[in-house]
Design a protein around this ligand. Structure first.
Ligand SMILES: *Cc1c(COP(=O)(O)O)cnc(C)c1O
Length: 431
């Protein structure tokens, strides 16, 4: 397994290291559970996907999907690299602005925006991906009230079958996102008739953790044919946003993931032919989330006990309160024993979290070196939809996150205490 690790994860003296830092020492210093992020890996991933696209077209903009990992330290690093962001809430909008991303590099996305979301988008002059005609008219009113013109794209539902987990396929006919492709022309006509709306782009996002390139190419085909129709109608498209969704090989032994270069080779010819036929040169926007952050981060968790029952369980101190993906999507995450990283994997274990739920298993039936209480396990590829989906369930304070860069390590989020759990609770006056 260790031969399959990404370059920022190495094994030295039997210990797993991240960007040269001993994970066992990090667990001792900061305690467990602990998320550890390699900042340089995030920068590398961003640069790689940006370059793969920019090598084939001169007008490319990458908007990182902030929901994958919204820590300000992550967003700041990406802002420095020139990234924009796809934001899905007023909270994500605030974080992206605070991280130093200019408003013109943001897209406010979402299928259920509140009046306050729309007001904030108008106030900050952020382009909005509009998800319904109802929302269009609300945004028009909000823009009029703010004395502004709101620039928009419509979110297209291209109605594509995409091979991924059904909970993260977003472009099926039955999903809640977007406007059916055959109603898009009418939506733009409606937008052109609004006094305070300027339609400047078109947007889609077909799903997440997609390992097959063909759906991306098909979606690009749908988008450029819509672009042709809209151009004929008199809409000037400044950008075509193809969304995110590129998957990563969570199981490096069995899964093959296309690289950003593979992605660009599949999608860009369709895009370039399409815009040439339209006679336009819009910006190409892409919105990777998972690809940028997933493999940058590991979750370190301590074995509290080992139990031989009908199966052998390693009971660890992190569960779906901190990493929801295995319980929510049945996702695979690689697990290593950080303090026995080069020992032979000879025993089968199921890794169970501390939450009072049968489904609280981080990994099932894995071959690992013999584990004992006190060992430090590393759950890999947890930088996307990891901490971001954490909860207080079972009244467990959330763990800290640290970031490593070169020789240095720093907290990027402190661990919560019991006071953080009760701090927002209010005693009713009669108690
Ligand atoms: C979640 C999301 C993304 C990012 O998806 P990944 O699979 O993490 O790349 C991009 N665009 C939109 C609109 C999203 O909702």
């Amino acid at each position: 397994m260790t031969s399959l690790l990404p370059p920022h994860l190495t094994v030295k003296d039997g210990h797993l290291h991240i960007s040269g830092h001993d994970c066992v020492a990090l667990a001792e210093e900061y305690g467990t559970p602990l998320y550890v992020t390699a900042e340089d890996r995030i920068r590398e991933n961003y640069t790689r996907i940006h370059r793969a696209l920019a090598d084939r077209y001169h007008r490319v903009r990458v908007l990182y999907a902030a929901k994958a990992n919204g820590n300000l330290a992550v967003l700041r690093a990406l802002a420095e690299e020139g990234a924009g962001a796809d934001v899905f809430s007023s909270g994500e909008l605030g974080l992206a602005l605070e991280a130093g991303m200019p408003a013109e590099r943001l897209l406010f996305n979402g299928s259920s925006k509140s009046p306050e979301d729309l007001r904030l988008a108008v106030e900050h002059g952020v382009t909005v991906s509009v998800d319904s005609i109802d929302e269009l008219h609300q945004l028009d009113s909000a823009a009029r009230a703010g004395g502004r013109v709101a620039e928009i794209a419509f979110r297209v539902n291209p109605a594509l079958e995409v091979p991924t987990h059904p909970k993260i396929a977003t472009g099926l006919k039955t999903t809640k996102f977007g406007i059916p492709a055959d109603e898009i022309a009418a939506a733009y006509r409606e937008a052109l008739a609004c006094s305070n709306i300027s339609p400047v782009g078109i947007h889609c996002h077909i799903g997440s953790q997609i390992l097959d390139l063909e759906p991306f190419a098909r979606a690009a085909g749908v988008m450029v044919s819509l672009a042709a129709e809209l151009t004929d109608m008199g809409v000037t498209l400044r950008f075509i946003d193809l969304g995110g969704g590129l998957g990563i090989p969570y199981n490096r032994r069995t899964e093959h993931a296309p690289t950003p270069e593979d992605y660009a080779a599949a999608v860009m010819p369709v895009f370039l032919d399409g815009i040439r036929e339209c006679g336009i040169e819009p910006e190409l926007w892409a919105e990777p989330g998972r690809y940028v952050t997933a493999d940058s981060t590991i979750l370190l968790t301590r074995a509290n006990s080992v139990k031989k029952a009908y199966k052998t369980f390693v009971n660890v101190d992190a569960g779906f309160n901190l990493l929801a993906r295995p319980a929510m999507y049945n996702s695979y995450h690689e697990v290593l024993v950080a303090n026995k990283a080069d020992a032979e994997a000879s025993e089968e274990y199921t890794i169970a979290g501390p939450v009072c739920e049968t489904g609280d298993l981080l990994a099932k039936d894995r071959l690992l070196p013999p584990v004992s209480a006190g060992d430090i396990l590393a759950v890999l590829d947890t930088g996307a939809y990891g901490f971001a989906m954490s909860s207080h369930y079972n009244s467990r304070p959330r763990c800290p996150e640290v970031v490593v860069k070169g020789e240095t390590v720093a907290l990027m989020r402190r661990g919560e205490t019991l006071d953080d759990l009760t701090g927002t609770m209010v005693r009713p006056p009669w108690q």
